[in-house]
Design a protein around this ligand. Structure first.
Ligand SMILES: C[S@@+](CC[C@H](N)C(=O)[O-])C[C@H]1O[C@@H](n2cnc3c(N)ncnc32)[C@H](O)[C@@H]1O
Length: 556
C-alpha cells in the first residue's frame, strides 16, 4: 500500500518536474531528485503532515475572516515545518489583516528567503526543503508555477505592508517590480489592478507628504516605518501577568534583600484610572542624602568607545584584564570571575560570534537608547542559554514595556534580528524567538535602561537595573541615582527628606532650565510618558490632543 502510494507521488511529481522545466518558469531549478525524496518524506513525516493540516485550517479561517485563528494555525504550522514558505506567506496576510504591517513585511521576506534557500539547495544538490506545495487539490499548476505564484503573493503583501508603514518609496519599488514580472507568470494569484491602484495611491501619498513636509518626507526602509504598537501583541499575555501576586511577592522579597527602607507597591496615579503600576514606597522616614538602596545591574552593555568589561562595565584599562580564552573570541573582562559570570549567563552561546555589524550601527547612534540593540543580543542569548523565550527571563519579566505612544520601527530591527538568530543558531521555526518577541524586547528595553555617554557625548554604556526600574518619574523627584560608572552597584539617594509611605521618585531626564510645558511634551515624545506628576498636570489635555493630532511619535 505504502509503496504504491509513494510510487504514485513520485510519478506525479516527476510529471510536474518535467512540465515545470519545459515551461521554463521563474524557478526552474527548484526541482531535483532531492526534492523527490523530501516530498515522500513529507507525506510520511507526522510533523510536516501536521503542518499541512494547520495550513489547511489557517486558510479556512482566513477565508472566513477569522484572522486571529488563522495567525494561530499558521504559527503552529511553522513550528512543525518552518521550511514551508506558504505558511510564512499566509501568516503574513493574517498579520496584514490584523493590522501588524511590521510583522507582514518580515514574514513575507521570510517566505521569499525560504524559497530562495530551496532553490539554492536544489542547485547545490542538497536535500530540498520540505515544501508541501503539491497537494491533493490538483489545480494543474507545476511546482515551479506554484512557487512563482507564492513569490508574487509574498511580494504583493510586502508592498501593501510597506504602504501601511508609510514607507512609500519602498512600496513603490515593490509594486513596480511586480508589474515588471507580470508577463512571466502563469495564473497570477491576485488582481493586477490592485497592484496598479496601490502604486498610484503610494505615489500620491508620497507627493502629498513631500508638499506638506518637504522633499525628505518618508524615509526608505533603512530608516523608519510607522505602526501602532502599545507594548504588547494580543496573543502575548505577559504584560497583564506581570502584576500577578506571584511576581509581586517575588519582587517584594528581592527589594527586601537590598533595602529595609523601601518596599514595592502597586500604585495608581489618579488619572491612570484603574491601571495598576509598580512603584517603590518608603517604609520609614528617610532623611536627605541617605543611600536608599544599591543594586547590581542584571546586564550591562558598552559600545566600545571606552574599553570596558563586557560583564560589569568597569573600565578594563584601569583594572586587571582577562580575555576570553577561546581562539577567535576577543571579549574582554576585568577578571576571571566576571568572565565566568558572563559565560554562565550569556557568553556561552555568544562566544566568538560576530556582531560587528550591529556594533557598527549602534556606534553611529546619538542617544544611549541605541545601546538597546546590544541588550537585545544578550537577552536572546540568555533565552537560548536557558531554553526559554527571552520575554520569560525571570529577572526582567515584570518590567513594564513602552506602551503610551505609537511606535516607529527602524527596519534595521529585522536586519539585527536576523544576525542574532543566525549567530545564536536559533532555528527560524522556534517561535519563542519570533520577530515580535524581538520588538517586545526592544519595547521593554526602551522603557527601562540607564545609559551614559562618554566625554565626547557618544553613547557609551548602559545598564539594566530590574529593581531600580520600578521607580516612577516625577519632575520634582525626591531621589536620584548615584551613578558612578566604575562602581558595580548603582545607588539611589534621597534628594530631600522623604516621609514614610511616600512614593520614591526620580527624574528620568536631565533637562535643566526647560519650561514645564516643553518638558511635559518631550517626556511624551521621547519617553512615551504622559507624565502625571503635579508639575505636569496642567498639560494633560494638551498632551492628549497632541497625541491625537500627531498620531505617531518617535520611539527613541
Ligand atoms: C521604568 S518604569 C517605572 C515602573 C512602572 N510604573 C512599572 O509599573 O513597572 C517607567 C514607566 O512607568 C510609567 N511612569 C513612570 N513615571 C510616570 C509618570 N510620572 N507619569 C506617567 N507615567 C509614569 C510609564 O508607563 C513609564 O513608561
Amino acid at each position: 500500500m505504502e509503496e504504491e502510494r509513494d510510487r504514485k507521488i513520485k510519478q506525479d511529481l516527476d510529471l510536474k518536474i518535467k512540465a515545470a522545466l519545459a515551461l521554463g518558469q521563474m524557478c526552474p531549478n527548484v526541482v531535483n531528485k532531492a526534492a523527490l525524496a523530501t516530498l515522500a518524506d513529507f507525506q510520511s513525516n507526522p510533523r510536516t503532515k501536521e503542518a499541512m493540516h494547520r495550513r489547511y485550517l489557517g486558510n479556512k479561517a482566513l477565508t472566513s475572516g477569522d484572522y486571529k485563528t488563522a495567525y494561530c494555525e499558521y504559527s503552529m504550522g511553522i513550528v512543525n515545518n518552518p521550511d514551508d514558505p506558504a505558511l510564512w506567506c499566509n501568516r503574513s496576510l493574517a498579520y496584514l489583516k490584523l493590522g501588524h504591517p511590521e510583522l507582514t513585511v518580515v514574514d513575507s521576506k521570510r517566505a521569499i528567503e525560504v524559497m530562495d534557500k530551496y532553490i539554492d539547495d536544489s542547485r547545490n544538490k542538497k536535500p530540498g526543503l520540505k515544501m508541501p506545495l503539491i497537494t491533493k487539490d490538483n489545480d494543474g499548476l507545476t511546482l515551479g508555477q506554484k512557487l512563482s505564484q507564492l513569490r508574487l503573493k509574498a511580494n504583493f503583501r510586502a508592498s501593501q505592508a510597506l504602504a501601511n508603514l508609510e514607507l512609500f518609496p519602498d512600496a513603490i519599488d515593490s509594486c513596480e517590480w511586480l508589474l515588471g514580472v507580470i508577463d512571466q507568470v502563469k495564473g497570477v494569484p491576485f488582481n493586477w489592478t490592485d497592484v496598479r491602484k496601490l502604486l498610484e495611491e503610494c505615489k500620491k501619498r508620497l507627493e502629498d507628504g513631500r508638499k506638506k513636509h518637504g522633499p525628505n518626507y518618508v524615509d526608505r526602509v533603512e530608516n523608519y516605518g510607522k505602526y501602532t504598537f502599545r507594548g504588547k501583541y494580543w496573543w502575548d499575555a505577559r504584560q497583564e501577568n506581570r502584576m500577578s501576586e506571584g511576581i509581586f511577592q517575588n519582587l517584594a522579597r528581592k527589594i527586601s534583600e537590598i533595602s529595609s527602607k523601601v518596599k514595592v507597591a502597586k500604585v495608581t496615579f489618579e488619572e491612570w484610572g484603574n491601571e495598576y503600576h509598580y512603584g517603590i514606597k518608603a517604609t520609614s522616614n528617610i532623611s536627605e542624602n541617605t543611600l536608599i538602596l544599591e543594586e547590581v545591574p542584571f546586564l550591562c552593555v558598552n559600545s566600545g568607545f571606552t574599553k570596558r568589561c563586557d560583564y560589569c562595565n568597569y573600565e578594563v584599562k584601569k583594572k586587571v584584564k582577562y580575555i576570553c580564552p577561546k581562539t577567535g573570541c576577543k571579549e574582554t573582562y576585568c577578571n576571571i570571575q566576571c568572565y565566568q559570570q558572563a559565560y554562565n549567563l550569556y557568553h556561552k552561546v555568544m562566544c566568538g560570534k560576530d556582531f560587528s555589524e550591529i556594533y557598527k550601527i549602534v556606534k553611529t547612534g546619538v542617544s544611549t537608547s541605541s545601546l538597546s540593540h546590544l541588550f537585545a543580543i544578550k537577552l536572546f542569548a540568555i533565552g537560548k542559554n536557558r531554553d526559554i523565550c527571552p520575554l520569560d527571563i525571570e529577572e526582567i519579566k515584570h518590567l513594564r514595556r513602552w506602551a503610551n505612544a505609537y511606535s516607529t520601527m527602524p527596519v534595521v530591527f529585522f536586519k539585527f534580528y536576523k544576525i542574532i538568530i543566525k549567530n545564536l543558531e536559533i532555528p527560524i521555526g522556534d517561535l519563542r524567538f519570533d520577530f515580535w518577541v524581538y520588538i517586545s524586547c526592544m519595547s521593554t528595553l526602551g522603557n527601562n535602561l540607564f545609559g551614559d555617554k562618554d566625554n565626547q557625548s557618544r553613547p557609551d554604556t548602559s545598564v539594566l537595573l530590574p529593581l531600580i526600574s520600578l521607580i516612577n518619574h516625577d519632575c520634582e523627584p525626591n531621589a536620584h541615582p548615584t551613578v558612578e560608572l566604575n562602581n558595580r552597584k548603582w545607588g539611589l539617594e534621597a534628594k530631600r527628606n522623604i516621609k514614610k509611605g511616600e512614593p520614591i521618585t526620580v527624574s528620568y531626564v536631565n533637562w535643566p532650565n526647560m519650561d514645564d510645558e516643553e518638558r511635559c511634551k518631550r517626556l511624551f515624545i521621547q519617553h512615551g510618558i504622559k507624565c502625571k506628576c503635579k508639575k505636569c498636570s496642567p498639560f494633560s489635555k494638551l498632551i492628549e490632543s497632541y497625541e491625537k493630532s500627531e498620531g505617531v511619535v518617535a520611539n527613541t
